[in-house]
Design a protein around this ligand. Structure first.
Ligand SMILES: Cc1cc2nc3c(=O)[nH]c(=O)nc-3n(C[C@H](O)[C@H](O)[C@H](O)COP(=O)(O)O)c2cc1C
Length: 403
């Protein structure tokens, strides 16, 4: 009996040492095949998310995650990025883990969405894993610490080591969206390298209607005027949904260029539920992210690139432009940089978005399933693909599918 106990203890001890070692080393396969599935079996999605934020807030990350690659440094919005892979909004909603995320090797960190007043968001449960589909559905509904709390952390927490985006939302009960966003620009803008106007979350009633032409025009004009009052004048990006009609796309391109918005983030989560979904959670309400939105978002990156960079290949969209009485000249002088996000799992996915027109990319759902080593994996594979295809820098591959 004693011997069996001893052997079991040895085995358990050995396994713990092995797991501890692999966790510390940041072994990609160990994380995606063993550690993350175990975490998912033990904790619900929101609990796992909170634990990850806690660990990152203490700077607890696997070893040697911050590796840089020769083809990845790039300049976008006048900012120097060490690499083009960022963490998307919604992960560090309350500005708690910026330093830890920087240590994971992200080229930029976007915090938020942050609303003016603190609010709880929707009732729990409000995040669901769809493991068979490599996807997530969330209906957090902007649980936010509010501007004041964010300012406190932004002002003391930020090391200046990373490029920091601040993503702004509106309060659920607010009747004046423009006021919510302009307040955000004025209060948080001085701490931000760029600001995101999120008008595409599906979980705040009426929010996505702000993507309509007239409302968007008023909003963008006010927001750009507000940022021009700031000493640092951070670039303004508008984040859009993947579920837009061709008319919506044309309207957005038009407004963005005319109101001098600096960039687009393409895209947020989707309200669509593709036939292919297999997981039992597929019927949950909320925004779908991960692999099932990859193609939708890449297509939207391509469409928005064509609309804002002047490409004659976009025949159907150009016709719509003409119908909307928008001259090509008005639109195409803009050359609005695009941040591509949605379902990026590896270097190839990132490379596709860049070829479609993205200057930078972001991830969220792949981090949930693969854990921290996914960041380095994407960077390494992207660097390899650029080398194989004869690009000396990632910037040279932007939009090449259209050339
Ligand atoms: C749990 C969760 C919460 C999110 N919260 C926000 C948010 O607060 N603001 C925002 O702009 N996007 C939010 N997003 C959208 C992501 O930033 C991203 O646009 C989307 O998930 C697509 O990327 P992915 O497929 O790599 O996850 C959230 C996504 C997830 C999965």
């Amino acid at each position: 009996k004693g011997q069996i106990f001893q052997s079991a203890a040895l085995l358990l001890g050995g396994a713990s040492v092995f797991c501890g070692y692999e966790t510390y080393q940041g072994n990609e396969k160990f994380y995606s095949n063993i550690l993350m599935p175990t975490v998912h079996a033990l904790f619900g999605p929101e609990m796992a998310h909170n634990l990850a934020i806690k660990a990152l807030s203490y700077g607890v990350v696997p070893k040697k995650q911050k590796q840089e690659f020769d083809r990845l440094p790039c300049k976008v919005f006048g900012l120097e990025f060490s690499n083009p892979v960022g963490i998307a909004a919604g992960f560090d909603k309350h500005v708690e883990a910026v330093g830890g995320l920087n240590k994971l090797g992200f080229g930029f960190v976007e915090v938020g969405s942050i609303t003016p007043l603190p609010q709880d968001g929707n009732d729990k449960p409000r995040v669901f894993r769809l493991p068979k589909d490599k996807a997530v559905i969330n209906r957090y509904g902007f649980n936010s610490c509010g501007h004041q709390d964010a300012v406190t952390r932004l002002s003391k927490n930020i090391s200046g080591e990373t490029i920091l985006g601040v993503n702004l939302g509106k309060n659920k009960e607010s009747l004046d969206a423009t006021k919510d966003y302009t307040e955000g620009v004025l209060k948080l803008g001085t701490y931000a390298d760029y600001i995101v106007i999120n008008v595409s979350s599906p979980n705040t009633p009426g929010l996505r209607s702000l993507q309509g032409r007239d409302k968007l025009k008023n909003l963008c004009t006010a927001v750009v005027a507000a940022k021009n009052q700031l000493p640092n004048k951070p670039p303004i990006l508008v984040k859009i949904a993947p579920d837009l009609t061709d008319h919506d796309k044309v309207d957005i391109a038009h407004v963005v260029v005319q109101s001098k918005v600096d960039g687009l983030i393409v895209s947020n989560t989707s309200i669509a539920r593709p036939e292919s979904l297999e997981s039992s959670n597929k019927t949950e309400r909320g925004g779908l992210s991960g692999e099932p939105v990859r193609e939708m978002s890449t297509k939207l990156v391509a469409d928005m690139y064509k609309l804002t960079h002047g490409n004659s290949g976009a025949t159907n969209l150009i016709e719509l432009l003409m119908e909307a009485k928008v001259t090509e000249n008005v639109l195409f002088v803009g050359k609005v940089p695009i941040v591509g996000v949605g379902g990026i799992w590896n270097g190839k996915d990132a490379y596709e978005k860049i070829r479609a027109g993205a200057s930078l990319v972001q991830i969220y759902t792949s981090l949930i399933y693969e854990g921290p080593p996914v960041v380095n994996k994407i960077k390494r594979e992207l660097n390899e693909l650029l080398e194989i295809n004869g690009f000396s820098n990632v910037s040279d591959a932007i939009g090449v599918d259209h050339k």
